[in-house]
Each structure stands twice: as C-alpha cells, then as structure tokens.
Design a protein around this ligand. Structure first.
Ligand SMILES: [Zn+2]
Length: 512
C-alpha cells in the first residue's frame, strides 16, 4: 500500500515542500530510500525501524520503498525521520491517512520514540503558510517557533506514539497556542539586558560617532590604544538603532533558525544582532559556506552589527570576502547543484590600534614604533574594507579623573529617539528613491542632489581635501556624514559646522 506524507527541506533560508512517499509491497524485507537523500536521511532508515519497534508498533517485514520528491532536490538532515515514520505507519494501516494531505511533518526521532527538535522550523512554517498548507506537526520543542507564523495550525508532540494517536483521533487534540499571545510577540521588547550607553564614562567623541553611525547607517572604525573602550562602545551600537519591525524580526529569526542559533525557540529575535567573530575566522565562517550552505557571521549580523575587533589581525584575503556583501547587502554562495543567497545587510564596526605598539598619539604612554613601522601599519589599514567605512574615529584612554567619576552620559533610549528622528528625515527625503534607506547608501548622484554646499562650507571642504590629501571618495564620505549630522540637528541645509564635524572623522587619513 502507498502513503504520502508532506515534509520540507531548507535551501539557504527558504523552505521547499518535500513529498515522502512510502510503498510497502511483497518481496524481500528491506528499506530503500530514493530521491537524493544525504547520509543523515539514509541513516533515518535504521533509526525509524528501531523507533517504531520500541514505540510498540509492528514494523512491516516486507519491502519498503521510500521516495522523496522532487527527485532533483538534495534532501538533508534529520527532518524526515518523523514523516518517514508516519508514512510507514500509514502504509501499513496502523494510522489513518485522512490528515496526511493537510499537514507538514517535521522532526528527528530518537531510538526510544521521542521526538527531537530540528533547525529551520520558522522558515518552513512561513513557507507552509504561503503554500496554503493547513498546519504543521512538529516536535514539542519546536512548537513556539512554528506558531509565530500566523494562520497555521500547529500540533506538537513529544513522541511518535502521540503523533500516531493524533492521526487516529484528531478531535481529542488541541493545537498549540502562542505562549505570550500574538500581541506580545508583535509589540514587545526592546532590549532586555542590552549594554546601555549610560554605563560608558567620558568618550564624548566616540559616543557622538556611534550616534551618527546609527542615524546614517554608516560603517565605522575606532582607532585607539588598548584599553580605551573601543569594544565597549561598539557593543552599544545595536541598542541605539531603531527597533526591528515585525517583518525584519521575522527575517532575522529565520536566519538564526536555519543556523540552529535560536536561544529561546519560542520567540522572535527582537533585538538587533551583534556578532564579533575572532580574527582567526575563516572566509566561509564569515560569509557562509559548507556543502549545504549555512549562513556565516555577516548573515547572522543581518540588520544588526558586525564587529571586527583588531581589524589588522584579520587575514587580508578573508576581509576581501566582505567587499561584495558590503556593497550588495547579500551574499551568494555558489554550489554545483544550486546557488544560495543569504541576506547580509549589516553595519560594520571595526577597531584598531593606531600603530603596532598601540600608543601612537596616546597622552600617557609613549609610542615605541619607528616612523617606517607606523607607515607600514597604516598601509595595511588602507586595505579592502577602508573604502566602505565612512567614519574613522579616534578614541582616547580615559584620564585618571574621568576613571574615578560616575558615568554621567545619556542612556541609549534618548539617543535612539534622536536616531529614529534623523532616520525618518532621511527616509522622507528618499521618497522617490525606493532603494535608499539611509544616508550611507547614497551614490554620487544622490550626494550631488542632497548634499549641496554653500560657499563657506565648500571652502572648508576644499581646504581639508588639500591639507589631508583626500580622494574624491573620501570627500563623498565627508558629505554623506555631514548630511547625517544635519539630519540629527533637524536641518536640511549642510551648514559649515556639520561639514567641519564630518571632516574630524578622517582620523586615519590624517595619520597618513
Ligand atoms: Zn607605536
């Protein structure tokens, strides 16, 4: 007898419906799996056999053919344990097949018959809803993740025996409800436990630069000696960015779901991500990879912040991988069978010492590097990423009297309000340019249109270009940053003081 059960597979962060057909016929006992299964799916045969026996079902000692469709799609992972089990039970008439057409079944099974959670349930739920599937049957630990998507009926179980009982007596089971209620998932929280700017002592310059970066979506590099608080500042950037909208939160959660990183399977990722890969990170771990491509650090920081601490320690060829994603906001991973795209719109924050010993320009400790050593170091800094970074910000160590003081600066919430206002201003200006969402994304034509200078500011900028030997690109960056500073001030006109402040954020150009 033939049974068909629906399941799904993940490609990138998207889900594809997979049919699991099980046919039981006369012939020598054995199980064959057809349709490009990977090793985990092959192993599923043995797991399912043991599971069904241990759960008290009769395992048909006949020929079992399992066919996964579509045939040309590679199927991976343990998603299919549950659908295969259900298929065998239906084909051997141990469960009713009435509901099989309406639900997607997902889950790994243990040998004792219990169900274990799988990754990527949120994207599968989102896709199922679009496909017009009535609902999902998932392991209990995946329930809250699945139920985040509205309009789906989700049933969750702890073991295969319960799933079988549900199929035979559906009326006696209730679908899963969202634990905190839809309202809460949509409207909650802000930044529970996130690092707050109010804990930062001094650092007026660094705080200001963070605010500008957040308001204009600018990438930023902190330049300063060890112990000057570069990391502390960087960690506070996600908390002053506007809260994620629901659709954005869903997108971030999908990526983290596929990567198996959802800490609390029940809820959406509400705060903007902050990722800080070590400088020994490989190219694939940064941009994503693997034979079944998985998102890398740049996608895990999608709509949040990617922090590269000690930028010069990263391998140059690894940083080269970031170039294109920084431009496009996504990364494509090409494989022979299929290419996969992951979103990767992040704000890049980097940090670096000003010289090899770390103390060039420090007020307390003397730099011990030779001019040549410094030059070589700065040449390294002008590497592949620097022309994507708008703000070069000097951070100094605190003075003794600042260290002993209580922090007195503003908290993140107040800064976030200003950031949001500045961003709304920019969005309004870009009404006719749907691809622009923040000032950092402006191209030359936009800069020409929206960053007009009066005579005084033009003279000021010309002077800086001459004195610092700035390129046309660097000058464009100054104009974009000045635009953001004006937006923060609620001004349409680029006044001299805004341009002057923007010129300050060329610390590295000034050193060279
Ligand atoms: Zn030095």
């Amino acid at each position: 007898m033939l049974a068909r059960v629906w399941s799904a597979s993940i490609i990138g962060i998207d889900a594809v419906k997979v049919g699991v057909e099980v046919d039981i016929s006369g012939g020598l006992p054995g199980i064959v799996v057809l349709g490009l299964p990977d090793a985990a799916v092959q192993e599923s045969r043995e797991r399912v056999k043991a599971t069904l026996k241990n759960a008290g079902f009769a395992f048909p000692m006949r020929k079992i053919v399992i066919n996964l469709t579509p045939a040309d799609l590679r199927k991976e992972g343990p998603y299919f344990d549950l659908p295969i089990s259900v298929g065998i039970l239906a084909a051997s008439e141990q469960v009713k097949a009435d509901l099989l057409g309406d639900y997607l079944f997902l889950g790994e099974v243990s040998l004792d018959g219990s169900l274990r959670p799988v990754t990527g349930v949120l994207p599968i739920a989102a896709a199922a809803q679009k496909m017009g599937i009535a609902g999902l049957v998932v392991p209990a630990d995946n329930a809250q993740e699945a139920v985040v998507v509205e309009g789906l009926t989700v049933y969750a179980f702890n073991n295969v025996a319960d799933v079988a009982d549900f199929l035979n007596h559906p009326a006696s089971y209730k679908p899963v409800q969202l634990e905190n209620g839809v309202e809460n998932v949509h409207a909650t929280p802000l930044y529970p436990g996130a690092p707050d700017l109010k804990d930062v002592k001094g650092q007026a310059h660094g705080r200001r630069a963070l605010e500008i970066a957040a308001a204009g979506g600018h990438n930023l590099i902190f330049v300063g000696p060890p112990g000057s608080g570069k990391t502390m500042l960087a960690r506070r950037l996600p908390g002053i960015l506007p809260p994620l909208e629901f659709s954005e939160a869903l997108e971030v959660t999908r990526i983290h779901s596929v990567a198996g990183l959802l800490k609390n399977r029940g809820s959406l990722v509400r705060s903007r991500p902050f990722r800080s890969p070590h400088h020994s990170a490989s190219g694939p771990s940064l941009v994503g990879g693997g034979s079944y491509p998985r998102p890398g650090e740049i996608s895990l920081s999608h709509l949040g912040v990617l922090f590269l601490d000690e930028l010069t320690e990263f391998k140059r060829d690894v940083l080269e991988f970031l170039r294109q994603p920084l431009e496009d906001g996504l990364v494509t991973i090409a494989r022979t069978r299929q290419s996969v795209m992951f979103p990767a719109q992040f704000t890049l924050v980097a940090s670096t010492n000003p010289c090899p010993c770390g103390y060039y320009g420090d007020t307390i400790q003397q730099c011990t590097c030779s001019p040549r050593q410094r030059e070589q170091y700065w040449a390294k800094l002008s590497g592949p990423l620097m022309d994507r970074i708008d703000l070069q910000v000097a951070v100094n160590r605190l003075k003794p009297e600042e260290i002993t003081q209580q922090p007195t600066g503003e908290g993140s919430e107040a800064v976030r309000d200003r950031v949001q206002q500045a961003r709304s201003r920019a969005v309004k200006r870009f009404q006719t340019e749907p691809n622009l969402r923040c000032n950092a994304q402006m191209q030359s034509s936009h800069i020409y249109k929206w960053c007009q200078l009066d005579d005084a500011s033009r003279k000021l900028l010309e002077g800086a270009i001459r004195k610092l030997g700035l390129s046309a690109r660097a000058s464009d960056r100054i104009l974009k940053v000045a635009r953001t500073i004006a937006d923060l001030a609620g001004d349409e006109v680029l006044k001299t003081q805004y341009v002057a402040e923007a010129i300050q954020y060329r610390t590295i150009d000034r050193m060279q």
